[in-house]
Design a protein around this ligand. Structure first.
Ligand code: C5P
Length: 398
């Protein structure tokens, strides 16, 4: 299901060059199923025309607090009622100041003051001197204290030609923050350690032994746990995936490095989810130089060492976090997954059929615990991860 299906979002634009990115954001929100009502300040209309946003949204664009199209002249009330969120993109210095002080001198600011319990999110966009100005920082702190979600800003090159903090987040980051705001905070205050991706064992400087794993499932779980309010540390083997927002990622290559990183960060964690496809064996005698093919067609001699079982070791720690393992099997999923769960002494293992999930967008998970098997539907990994996190939150002791 699309992430914003059934949601009605008010997209507020204030004055700033970054208004051009709001058009793309609007499209992306629609792709996710949202209905979008656009409200613009007068300054915003100097940067992008209402016609563009009306054409993209397919709905009237609102600017005037006394709009004659609203029979009782209360556009600020009629628009906000029934909305699921107000999202200000871009949020200018001036608009943040207005919001922080509860000013209501145009339609958008009045709408924000009149919004009641509707969540308000804002993506600041301004020159770095304006963002770091003490007054702006005071206003930002006040807004956070008032429960407003500020998305960014980011550091980087700015439209004015200078570089610093104040650059607006990209539309896809803003979209993810909006989506995250709708997820129930089932793991608020919890600390979660996750392993993901493959590990890679060195044979020589150009050759490795690895497991097939895109890392998608582990990254989706890291994202879902963060959306659910957890503080997430992700120990990741080599993948091509971007780090999920607000996740602390520790990059490793070999199973030995993954083991060391997990043991360093496991203390104080409430939950450990081992999703990584860890190589079972490492090479005891890696070559410092590239091995050459020999004329007698003799392959090189490799000595293997068994890698530590990270999950079993974490589960055996005194004061261990609650442990959730993964089992990708080619056959007899129930038997193999339950046997693995008992062997590693962990309360939960999540099974899937390896041939169905490698590099795929969708997955069909089965959760196994003492009570038996709990199948989830075939669905995108992002949704499967959210369902799994909800199940874990409901079963996590304490
Ligand atoms: O033992 P097996 O690889 O079949 O078990 C899979 C589960 O154990 C996964 O959760 C995987 O992340 C974890 N594991 C581990 N360390 C290993 C091997 C597997 O943490 N060396």
């Amino acid at each position: 299901m699309a992430d914003l299906a059934g949601k009605r979002i008010i997209l507020g634009l204030t004055g700033g060059v970054a208004c051009y990115k709001s058009a793309e954001l609007l499209r992306r929100m629609q792709d996710e199923g949202a209905t979008v009502d656009v409200v613009m300040t007068h300054a915003a209309t100097r940067f992008i025309t209402p016609v563009t946003l009306q054409a993209l949204s397919g709905r009237p664009v609102w600017q005037d607090a006394f709009d004659a199209r609203v029979s009782n002249s209360m556009a600020h009330i009629s628009l906000s009622r029934g909305a699921d969120a107000i999202l200000i993109v871009p949020a200018s210095t001036d608009f943040l100041a207005k919001l922080a002080h509860g000013l209501a001198d145009d339609l958008l600011s009045t709408l924000c003051v009149a919004r009641g319990a509707i969540p308000l999110l804002a993506a600041p966009a301004m020159n770095h001197e304006m963002w770091t100005h003490p007054a702006t920082q005071r206003n930002a702190a006040q807004l956070r204290a008032d429960g407003v979600t500020l998305i960014g800003p980011a550091e980087g090159f700015q439209a004015c030609g200078e570089t610093g903090s104040g650059r607006m987040m990209e539309p896809d980051q803003i979209l993810r923050a909006l989506t995250a705001s709708f997820q129930p905070k089932l793991l608020a205050g919890k600390r979660v350690l996750i392993t993901a991706g493959p590990t890679s064992e060195t044979i020589d400087p150009v050759r490795v032994i690895t497991n097939r794993s895109s890392g998608r499932m582990g990254y989706a779980i890291a994202r879902a746990a963060t959306e659910a309010g957890a503080e997430v540390t992700l120990v990741s083997g080599p993948t091509a995936l971007p780090c999920p927002d607000r996740v602390r990622r520790i990059d490793v290559i070999s199973a030995a490095e993954m083991h060391a990183a997990v043991m360093t960060h496991v203390t104080g964690q409430d939950l450990f989810i081992a999703v990584a496809a860890v190589a079972d064996w490492g090479i005891a005698n890696p070559s410092p130089i590239k091995l050459k093919k020999s004329d007698d067609a003799q392959p090189p001699h490799l000595d293997f060492v068994q890698n530590p079982d990270i999950l079993a070791e974490v589960a055996a720690l005194s004061g261990a976090p609650w442990c959730v393992g993964f089992a990708a099997e080619t056959d007899h999923l129930h038997e193999h997954a339950q046997a693995k769960r008992h062997h590693k002494h962990i309360p939960v293992i999540v099974g899937n059929l390896a041939q169905h999930v490698m590099d795929a967008e969708d997955t069909e998970l089965v959760i196994f615990d003492d009570a038996g098997a709990h199948p989830l539907p075939l669905q995108p990994k992002t949704q499967a991860a959210r369902d799994l996190i909800a199940w874990i939150a409901a079963h996590l002791p304490g």
